[in-house]
Design a protein around this ligand. Sequence first.
Ligand SMILES: Cc1cc2nc3c(=O)[nH]c(=O)nc-3n(C[C@H](O)[C@H](O)[C@H](O)COP(=O)(O)OP(=O)(O)OC[C@H]3O[C@@H](n4cnc5c(N)ncnc54)[C@H](O)[C@@H]3O)c2cc1C
Ligand SMILES: *[C@@H]1O[C@H](CO)[C@@H](O)[C@H](O)[C@H]1NC(C)=O
Ligand SMILES: *[C@@H]1O[C@H](CO)[C@@H](O)[C@H](O)[C@H]1NC(C)=O
Ligand SMILES: *[C@@H]1O[C@H](CO)[C@@H](O)[C@H](O)[C@H]1NC(C)=O
Ligand SMILES: CC(=O)N[C@H]1CO[C@H](CO)[C@@H](O)[C@@H]1O
Length: 667
Amino acid sequence: MLNLTSIRQRLPAVPSIPFLATLSPWLLLLIPFLGGLHLAYSVLKLASPPKWYPGISNLSEVGTKVKEGALDEEKGKEFDIILVGSGTTGCVLASRLSEDPNISVLVLEAGKAGVLQLFSRIPATFARLFPHPTAEWGYDFAPSEGTKGRSLRCPRARMLGGCSSINAMMCHHCSPSDFDEIASLGFPSFSSASLEPYFAKSQSHIESTSWPLNKPDDKASVTGTGPVKTGYSWINELCLAFVHACGAVGMEVRADLNDAKEGKGTLGATRTKTFIEGGSRVSAATAYLTPDVIARPNLTVSVGATVTRILFSNSTPPRATGVEFTSLDNPWPTITGKPQSRTLYRASARKEVILTAGVIGSPHILKVSGVGPREELEKVGVPVLVDAPEVGGHLKDHLSVGMAFVAKKGVSSQWVADPLKGLPPLVEWLKHKTGPLTSNIAESLAFVRSTDKEFAERSGLPAPDVEDLGSGGIGPDIELIDAPLVFAKHGTVHPPPNAGATDFYSIAPILLRPKSHGTVTIVSKDVFVKPVIDAQFFSDPHDVKLLTWGLKLCYKVANTEPLASLLLGPFQPNHPSFPEFVDVVNWSDEKIEDYIRGHAEVLYHPIGTVSLGRCLDGNLKVHGTASLRVCDASIFPEQISGHPMAPLLAIAERFAEELKGELKGLA
Ligand SMILES: Cc1cc2nc3c(=O)[nH]c(=O)nc-3n(C[C@H](O)[C@H](O)[C@H](O)COP(=O)(O)OP(=O)(O)OC[C@H]3O[C@@H](n4cnc5c(N)ncnc54)[C@H](O)[C@@H]3O)c2cc1C
Ligand SMILES: *[C@@H]1O[C@H](CO)[C@@H](O)[C@H](O)[C@H]1NC(C)=O
Ligand SMILES: *[C@@H]1O[C@H](CO)[C@@H](O)[C@H](O)[C@H]1NC(C)=O
Ligand SMILES: *[C@@H]1O[C@H](CO)[C@@H](O)[C@H](O)[C@H]1NC(C)=O
Ligand SMILES: CC(=O)N[C@H]1CO[C@H](CO)[C@@H](O)[C@@H]1O
């Protein structure tokens, strides 16, 4: 028999409210009003950025005012080292070089502090930062024949931390063979063995209780002592199922694809290790430009400072002696409105100018300063200091094209993207830094070699008829990533209300080793006119063929258990505001290739525009110049097989150590 009394006892006591009745009705009305005020106040307080020094924005404090057209010899405020751009590598160099009290460092960053952007701090909202009027540069790739005349977006951050403040926080060391390939070009200090200690110097891993699953002895093994914290935050069951479905298709399920010691390279499937600590993004700026670092007397970090050109001595070879910069808030005034009058400032470098302005910024600044292909510079009236034909060349990016599925009701994270249903997770993140917004969206990943005959046998998917372009003949050429919601058009589209379903899942192949490459070209001597960024996407047929195979592999994984039973079938929205998704079952290869050309987007990993060998020596010095170096993603001579942030942190750590030693010798 049911005992009602004991059930009633287990229920929480009903609060007694009679005292409220004794209050006047006016006071009662005040309660919701005050409650609302309190809620608004707490939300504002929780949403405000951490209170630490955002950088100096009064440029008179960091430079010396000069007239437009002043001679290069006119000096500005002096520092030993000037870093142009405080992005992923710039923050590492600023922090490490200024550890030596004998080295004074000036950092000039065009943007503002990344932590001022709430959507930068919340992991899952990174796609809200592009396009964005102040957080990024607003670049597009030039329309190209290979993409059916489409112009692809090219998000590049403009803030402290650079792209590490807007990226998807995936911590991947790429394939060791990528670095051994660079070493084999005559740059031994870039080998995987010589970089390994610097991965450990830049990162430290937060042990997780939620991963690895089912393999208690397997620890995520790359642990180090560095300021950049890595770990595992949020994973949806769809993305966990993806890892095991990859296993069932014939890939190895591994606890960590970054484990160089295992000697397996980066092949296999795993859960994404992320740059997230305590539920918030870890950027190069939050990790390396901490309040104690910013407080160093020998480090000056300025924000809102756009470098307009490098100053050179009148010697052979030309020596970089400093930079000119300005504080224009709108980076493109000559295009978007009336030209603003510019106040120009100068700072002088006793030792080195180092460009850390990224794949677009670094070649752009070099070119407007007279270091670039002669013909191109002369055409726009830039006096040629060094004829450097390869500067701005060999631009490559990772291309990707997604497919979407309808997922079983209630399993996906689609609801979090809904403006209304997404409010409670936002409040949860603001209050506790937990919940689904701590997801980096691309929650799991896998790397394969399309030309691997044994994999073809295991998976039953015939190998494509393409050249093996994996680095060193052992690296992967296709990566798969997924997301527990619809991710299309850079995360800007949401399923229409009449989509007939509420839950979705996306999966996409990434072309890791593209053959096509292009250029960054200037069309004006003014750094405030955007350069033409033309990657010549799909100009080589290899690339579209391999992505076709990648899409078929995605479909296979999605139709394999344990993922298959969480999905209801392909998603085909048939809605004008929504992209059509590919159908690899019913379409011919020609039709799939045409679809890829019409829908592929970049995965945000451009490289190569001021690369080792072509433009730089092994110490990152720009050929034909003195006291001028480049250290950012432009230096990669070939596309690396994965996500570049972790390798860039390691490369910057190694370079900082080398340069500190060099400068000691000079002193
Ligand atoms: C949306 C997105 C998602 C990504 N996801 C991942 C990921 O999950 N994992 C991963 O490993 N990688 C990811 N990446 C790539 C990775 O973030 C970049 O490769 C890396 O951060 C590039 O670092 P960098 O030092 O070369 O340049 P950046 O970090 O871009 O830094 C360049 C800095 O220079 C500044 N600058 C440029 N020109 C000037 C000037 N004239 N004057 C002053 N300052 C200037 C810029 O404002 C910027 O702050 C992603 C990138 C994007 C955009
Ligand atoms: C900027 O710094 C200069 C030099 O220190 C100072 O004279 C000036 O008043 C400052 N300007 C503002 C707006 O604070
Ligand atoms: C700084 O320079 C001085 C004088 O050259 C030298 O004695 C000292 O050891 C240097 N400090 C460091 C940390 O290198
Ligand atoms: C292939 O076509 C059939 C019949 O129209 C359809 O049911 C199925 O969903 C299609 N396959 C894919 C992958 O879209
Ligand atoms: C190289 C340089 O500028 N060094 C300075 C670093 O800061 C200390 C303390 O303020 C100065 O004494 C050094 O001259």
